[in-house]
Design a binder for this molecule. Sequence first.
Ligand SMILES: NCc1cc(CSc2ccccc2)c2nc(N)[nH]c(=O)c2c1
Length: 370
Amino acid sequence: MPVKIKIEKKEKHTRARLGKLTTPHGEVETPIFMPVGTQATVKTMTPEEVKETGGRLVLSNTYHLYLRPGHDLVKEAGGLHKFMNWDGPILTDSGGFQVFSLGPLRTITEEGVEFRSHIDGSKHFFTPEKVMEIEQALGADIAMAFDECAPYPCEKEYAVAALERTTRWAERCKRVHKREDQALFGIIQGGVFPDLRERSAKELLAMDFPGYGIGGLSVGEPKELMYEVLDQLMPIMPEDKPRYLMGVGSPDCLIEGVVRGVDMFDCVLPTRIARNGTVFTHNGKLTVRNAEYARDFRPMDQQCDCYACRNYSRAYIRHLIKTDEILGIRLTTIHNLHFIQHLMQNIRQAIREDRLLEYREDFLKVFNAG
Ligand SMILES: NCc1cc(CSc2ccccc2)c2nc(N)[nH]c(=O)c2c1
């Protein structure tokens, strides 16, 4: 069993759990936030800098790496760990979300998805078998099954068809997945319909995957609706398997997800908004590129001890961003990754001390007031 979770402690007043996730490339603490490195890099960061911010498990993406540089090249380089010089655990998403997000550039059949590359318009065909070939060549510690993510909103019939196909494709993935040192996770779909979520979960639980992604959420639905779906879904999830809420999320969603029993999170938000000159602070978001910070010589967040906040002012970082100096978005990225990892560290401590609800209240009171 290459990947397993050991629950160290359950929080007394919520479904939150403190765990240790063991993988072939080391053990990580959960709940965990996984920085996204879509094209085999957490944008603008060296692996050492990702580690310095607290990152321990990074994500990459099958769709992107298949298109460029190609999974055969990555395999020839010795696999994704060697290629990107990351010695910790890696998870690859199956690309299910990407190819379905291509809209008119893709055609779905039972066999698989024909799509045109967003880069050069060339035609490609992803089947569950092809995606497993790619992910096994990349060699991540955790590989996600090829799924169909229903859009929000969508008719219930659409969500039924997508979850049924997701189940059939999960079986096809499992049948051809042979790599012993790689864990294959199933992905639960079902849109925002509690009965469909339960059905998708039960069908995938019957296949006994070592862990489960919860897909199809944070796709435009109101946050409260996502929380409701989790409230109904999480009680039927096995205690001894990791639960990974895919593509989530902002600080408030991370806390709310942990309260409901989620162990793993990923989101492009911290790194993406950093490149737009926006950072998380303990008083909410701050867009450091705004004119009001031109002569503000304080750090971005006066409560933060990250490299950027210890050494540079808002005025300097604004100057760098306004002049397209690459150091600017590197500093905002360092800060945002540090901020999120520090939040996860505080959440794990709050679970240890059975005070997660108090922590949620205190954090959101200040963060949302900002
Ligand atoms: N929160 C939306 C979301 C995000 C991702 C991940 S997108 C991603 C992953 C890694 C790197 C970059 C983007 C998803 N992936 C799959 N396979 N299925 C989903 O339903 C889904 C939903």
